[in-house]
Design a protein around this ligand. Structure first.
Ligand SMILES: Cc1cc2nc3c(=O)[nH]c(=O)nc-3n(C[C@H](O)[C@H](O)[C@H](O)COP(=O)(O)OP(=O)(O)OC[C@H]3O[C@@H](n4cnc5c(N)ncnc54)[C@H](O)[C@@H]3O)c2cc1C
Length: 502
């Protein structure tokens, strides 16, 4: 039986925001842009898409367009409110032909569009004042006992994969949130607890079906005419190159794993963290882990909390030998052996829409100095008006066995991914805290001597996003972009697009 422990990342906000689960009727569309599209044009689009066009006040509109990060668009409370950030309409094409029809229609009427699957972009990149092309009608997952190949639709969510593979011995690299979309996860790289043993998610892609900016549907593989596109799509970022409608992934066999959780709320934070970092770095590739250090204001008396969750693909004896000694003084410690897919229920997190910003930093090495500085910084939160924590993902292993130039996902030498998170409840962005978070990011970057960031944790306020996401692969990525989308039809908002240098 799966244990009752669940680690809801935004559980604190769950009750406050529960009302958002109920669709509200709004007239949210920006008036000017909406007025430019004639009823005849909307009808023309509706004729081409099964299920038609969904526009306010259709109650499905909010559910299908509301982003997980409400910082950039929070559907208005009153039916009469007009929100200039609201999308105009959403369509749910059921196959590449309908995706192409929606793309061509948007181009014809001059409306920007974005693809959408799970709506979990940290920068709300799947919500713009334009047309949302939602992949949610393409959520099939096919797995067969005799073959390692998994075939999924372009709108599949993590939870669909969990359900389809639950009774099989197939696994893929995936994240912990059941409502994150698989396409964007893979297009940005894809980190998960199995990545040290099996690489990032995109390392196990065999082929992908894409609808291009010109409306053509192609299948890209490492060996066919679209090998450049295949290279670019594995790390180039969701929404950036083409619309993904189908994936073929090479799974790995799964059996039982040790799932573990440890929590410290007393003791010497720096000493605990140093010990954990060193023990995890030295552990075998079968170890996956993620930990977080909570932030507090300066005069807080109690130590900052450390939480660690992870998974070990091996025996309990080997797990204890690798990590057990580092966990014995935890205030709470729960290791349990579970079938792989039951363990994922132990880990899964519920995403509740709220306001936040996440920054990130790959680190080839986290020195003692860096740990001490991280602990110091986590005690300098300006005020309790916003919450923060520093999350640390253990990377390395098989991720680094792939050359940085082999895929557009360039981050192939790190041991850790550091991730300062800031969350707040009020409408107004807490400027002092935003500055503080940026100082934390910059301070750690200065010690580590690196600035590379994870493109799946898009930072809407980063000064040079393309450089920190794609580094030495940027020039080639720009070339592929120019070949397949020279007019930048696929351009995520908030500075998350692949630039074109000429
Ligand atoms: C709670 C939570 C947990 C997370 N956990 C992890 C994790 O463990 N590991 C990890 O690597 N990442 C994780 N992420 C980040 C996640 O991978 C990215 O935010 C991802 O982009 C979300 O995809 P989505 O489909 O849910 O979001 P969306 O907002 O729908 O899409 C994100 C971007 O991809 C584009 N896009 C969506 N569907 C398609 C498509 N079919 N074809 C082309 N472009 C498309 C959108 O236009 C947008 O630009 C997490 C995010 C959240 C909010």
């Amino acid at each position: 039986m799966a244990p009752q422990v669940r680690f809801s990342r935004r559980a604190l906000l769950a009750s406050a925001l529960a009302t958002l689960a109920t669709p509200r009727i709004v007239r949210g569309a920006a008036p000017e842009a909406s007025a430019k599209i004639s009823d005849a044009a909307w009808n023309d689009l509706a004729r081409q898409i099964t299920g038609g066009v969904i526009r306010p006040p259709d109650p499905r509109f909010i559910v299908l367009t509301r982003p997980e990060n409400l910082r950039f668009y929070d559907p208005p409370d009153t039916p009469d409110a007009i929100d200039p950030n609201a999308p105009l309409a959403v369509v749910r094409p059921r196959d590449p032909k309908e995706v192409a029809a929606a793309l061509m229609w948007a181009e014809h009427v001059g409306l920007p569009m974005v693809p959408r699957s799970g709506g979990h972009s940290y920068a709300a990149c799947s919500t713009i004042p334009g047309l949302v092309i939602h992949a949610g009608a393409m959520r099939q997952v096919r797995a067969s006992a005799g073959s390692p190949m998994i075939e999924t639709g372009g709108g599949v969510l993590n939870g669909d994969v969990f359900s389809a593979l639950k009774n099989t011995n197939h696994g893929i690299v995936h994240g912990r949130c059941t409502t994150v979309g698989l396409s964007a996860f893979l297009m940005g790289g894809g980190i998960g607890l199995s990545m040290r043993e099996f690489g990032v998610g995109c390392d196990r892609v065999e082929a992908v079906e894409l609808v291009l900016a010109n409306g053509r549907t192609v299948v890209a593989t490492a060996g066919n005419d679209y090998k450049d596109l295949f290279w670019a799509v594995r790390g180039g970022g969701g929404g950036n190159l083409a619309f993904a409608t189908r994936w073929w992934l090479r799974s790995f066999p799964v059996g039982k794993v040790i799932a573990f959780y440890a929590h410290w709320w007393s003791g010497d934070t720096k000493a605990i963290l140093r010990r954990l970092v060193r023990a995890l770095e030295a552990s075998p590739e079968q170890m996956g882990a993620q930990m977080s250090i909570s932030a507090s204001v300066a005069d807080t008396k109690s130590p900052n909390e450390i939480k660690l969750i992870g998974q070990f693909n091996g025996s309990r004896a080997k797990f204890d030998a690798a990590l057990g000694g580092a966990l014995t003084d935890a205030d709470k410690y729960l290791p349990v052996e579970l079938p792989y897919w039951d363990a994922q229920e132990f880990f899964d997190i519920e995403a509740v829409p709220n306001r936040y910003r996440e920054t990130s930093l790959f680190a080839d090495r986290v020195s003692d100095e860096c740990i001490d500085e991280a602990c110091r910084l986590m005690r300098t939160l300006p005020s309790p008006q916003a919450r923060s924590r520093l999350t640390m993902f253990l990377t390395g292993g098989q991720i680094n066995k792939v050359k940085p130039e082999a895929t557009a996902f360039v981050h192939r030498s790190s041991q850790w991914l550091l991730n300062p998170i800031l969350e707040w409840d009020q409408q107004q962005t807490p400027e002092a805290h935003m500055k503080w978070q940026r100082d934390v990011q910059d301070g750690l970057a200065a010690i580590i001597g690196q600035t590379s960031s994870y493109q799946n944790f898009p930072d809407p306020d980063a000064a040079n996003p393309a450089e920190i996401y794609w580094g030495s692969n940027l020039t080639r990525l720009e070339r592929v972009k120019a070949t397949y989308d020279g007019h930048r039809i696929f351009t995520p908002p908030r500075n998350q697009g692949i630039p074109l240098s000429s």
